[in-house]
Design a protein around this ligand. Structure first.
Ligand code: AGP
Length: 608
């Protein structure tokens, strides 16, 4: 996510802005900038790269005098990382400066209208639209202009705004992207998150949705979207800085698990228009979609596991043959591709060496390549023919959770889009899929909020040395990811098996007390799974079942059952994976492992 800091007071603003932004670096960013009013003009310095570059350009703020300013660290969502796309953004006469965190979903429509009215754009960002809209509606009253602009924007935004004509005021707005206001001695400060203000104050105001605040050096005035002044109470923060960076969660991994509902919503909502799936960035016409002869999904680790689910969903919905391959295998096996093959490279970081090499191999062999990537402007995003972003926001923990969940969502949307283009699903089926998809964020939230049972169960298995995950169909794909989550953060050996494979060798490993996690969300395979559970249980296994609500029959074949809400069979992975993420997490925590930075692992494997 982007980071916002703003200051108005008696002190020099620039050093405070740079210091505040440095406390938000953990959120991940690719460029940074500050704008400071020096008594006559708003001066702007911004650049691609780390905050260090900004410090050097401004001599740690000394070259930008003034006591009013805003600053930003950018996590690119629209427009690649570059100097021009870095925030703050300004209107044409440089009288208004804006920083933004979030996604203005209707920015293209607003941008077109502004261009038609003669506005010129210097960047590819959605944020610059805000600067020009404020310009268009400003008639001397900043608050009125802000409110008008709020009524025209769709999506999520936290904004910091400076008006040259009002040097005794700093404005901030919040809708869906967090923003806080800190009241300090001799000045006031805004920020995206608590760590940026702790050095100056522990008493902060958490802005609510569609609230605006007008900040003076010695006062704060909060307004609602009807321009009515409202009263707010400050909250005292007693977190230490480390806890504050994690939003009060113990680990980034837990924080990111809890960000899954919003990340999933952010990935879905711009791509469902009414009853249609709209994936503008796909770059393929319906006719081209109908011409696809085969899909190759290529990735590593959890991204590969998402691809295994993608196979079931794409073949089931769109009736297109799908192969899934590990990038490290694909690139050396002389893959059979041609111009009718669509290769989908899935990667959170967009920098995984094997996946990038597979992308280049695919293009050399004439295939069209689509990236499903989380990091905007990353190598895979830039080199793919087209890229579908997952918009999960920066993922800090090495073990992926929210990015993996958004990869699944991207694959569901792709399958629905392809099915619609190829006429392989009825309108009624599509409507049901759309309704099921929209329910997923709330269902995930509900599972996360019922974490206590999982935590209690996990604490019984801290000493486990072998854990098996079994499933059939999509449940096998879920098992792969559940097993990796456990392995990579708790260091407990685990294997995922297609349940039908147990009798071909692995079942010899089952002993008294061996934990077997059985995933059964596919109703048509319940009976088969129940017999596999009985098989292992009669050989001494302790069976934890993860299954759909209402599937009580499983109680006779399991020792412990976790129920997940019902959804259609294609989307089940998005729900069943949540208890398995929590299971791995709480075992790792119970064992005292370094959950966010597991031994031997890197967040992005940029070497072979
Ligand atoms: C997942 O928890 C692991 N961190 C790892 O398997 C990861 O999914 C894999 O390295 C692929 O990374 P990418 O998505 O950035 O390409």
């Amino acid at each position: 996510m982007c980071g916002i800091v703003g200051y108005i007071g008696e002190k020099q603003a620039a050093p405070i802005l740079l210091d505040g932004l440095s406390k938000l670096e953990y959120r991940g960013y690719d460029s940074a900038g500050i704008a400071v009013y020096d008594g006559e003009q708003i001066h702007l310095t911004k650049s691609k790269g780390r905050l260090k570059v900004l410090g050097e350009l401004t001599h740690d703020g000394e070259t930008m005098p003034g006591t009013l300013g805003i600053g930003h660290t950018r996590w690119a969502t629209h427009g690649e990382p570059s100097d021009a796309n870095a925030h703050p953004h300004m209107n044409r006469d440089k009288s208004i400066a804006v920083v933004h965190n979030g996604i203005i979903e209707n920015y293209l429509k607003l941008k077109k209208r502004l261009i038609d009215k003669g506005y010129e754009f210097m960047s590819d960002t959605d944020t610059e639209v805000v600067a020009h809209l404020l310009d268009r509606y400003y008639d001397g009253n900043p608050l009125a202009a802000i409110i008008k602009v709020m009524h025209r924007m769709e999506g999520s935004y936290a904004l910091g705004i400076v008006f040259k004509d009002h040097p005794d005021q700093l404005f901030a707005v919040r809708k869906d992207s967090p923003l806080i206001v800190g009241h300090t001695q001799g000045g006031n400060i805004i920020a995206s998150d608590v760590p940026a203000v702790l050095k100056y104050t522990r008493d902060v105001y958490f802005m609510e949705n569609e609230e605006v605040v007008c900040i003076r050096r010695d006062s704060l005035e909060f307004y609602n979207v009807d321009e009515e002044q409202i009263e707010k109470e400050p909250v005292h923060i007693d977190w230490d800085v480390d806890a504050a960076e994690k939003g009060g969660y113990e680990h980034f991994m837990l924080k990111e698990m809890y960000e899954q509902p919003k990340a999933i919503t952010d990935t879905i909502s711009p791509r469902i228009k009414g009853r249609d799936i709209v994936i503008e960035e796909l770059g393929m016409t319906d006719e081209e979609i109908r011409q696809i002869g085969k899909i190759m999904i290529v990735a590593c680790g959890s991204a590969y596991h998402a691809g295994v689910t993608g196979k079931y969903v794409l073949e089931g919905m769109a009736k297109i043959p799908v192969e899934v391959d590990l990038a490290s295998e694909f690139r050396y096996r002389d893959p059979l591709l041609d111009e009718k093959t669509l290769v989908i490279i899935i990667s959170q970081s967009g920098e995984t060496a094997d996946s990038l090499a597979a992308l280049r191999e695919s293009k050399e062999r004439g295939a069209k390549v689509l990236g499903i990537v989380n990091v905007i402007g990353s190598s895979i995003a830039r080199e793919a023919d087209n890229v579908m972003y997952t918009w999960a926001g920066p993922e800090i923990a090495v073990a992926t959770t929210k990015a993996y969940s958004c990869q699944l969502i991207a694959l569901y949307l792709l399958a629905m889009k392809f099915a619609a283009a190829r006429g392989t699903v009825t309108e009624k089926e599509m409507d049901a899929y759309i309704d099921d998809l929209k329910r997923i964020p709330d269902q995930v939230e509900m599972l996360l909020n019922n974490k206590n049972r999982i935590q209690k169960f996990a604490n019984r298995y801290l000493a486990a040395i072998d854990v098996f995950f079994i499933g059939r169909g999509v449940d096998y794909a879920i098992s792969l990811e559940g097993s990796l989550k456990l392995k990579e953060i708790s260091y407990i050996h685990s294997e995922a098996y297609a349940a039908g494979e147990l009798k071909h060798g692995t079942i010899s490993l089952i002993e008294d007390g061996t934990l077997v996690v059985a995933v059964l969300t596919q109703e048509k395979l319940y009976k088969k799974m129940l017999s596999n559970m009985v098989e292992v249980r009669t050989r001494g296994a302790f069976v934890l079942a993860v299954t759909n609500e209402g599937n009580d029959e499983v109680e006779r074949a399991a020792d412990y059952v976790i129920y997940v809400p019902r959804t259609n069979s294609y989307f089940a992975n998005s729900l069943a994976i949540v208890p398995l993420q929590l299971f791995g997490y709480y075992i790792a925590v119970g064992k005292g492992c370094d959950v966010d930075k597991p031994r031997n692992l890197a967040k992005s494997v940029t070497v072979e």
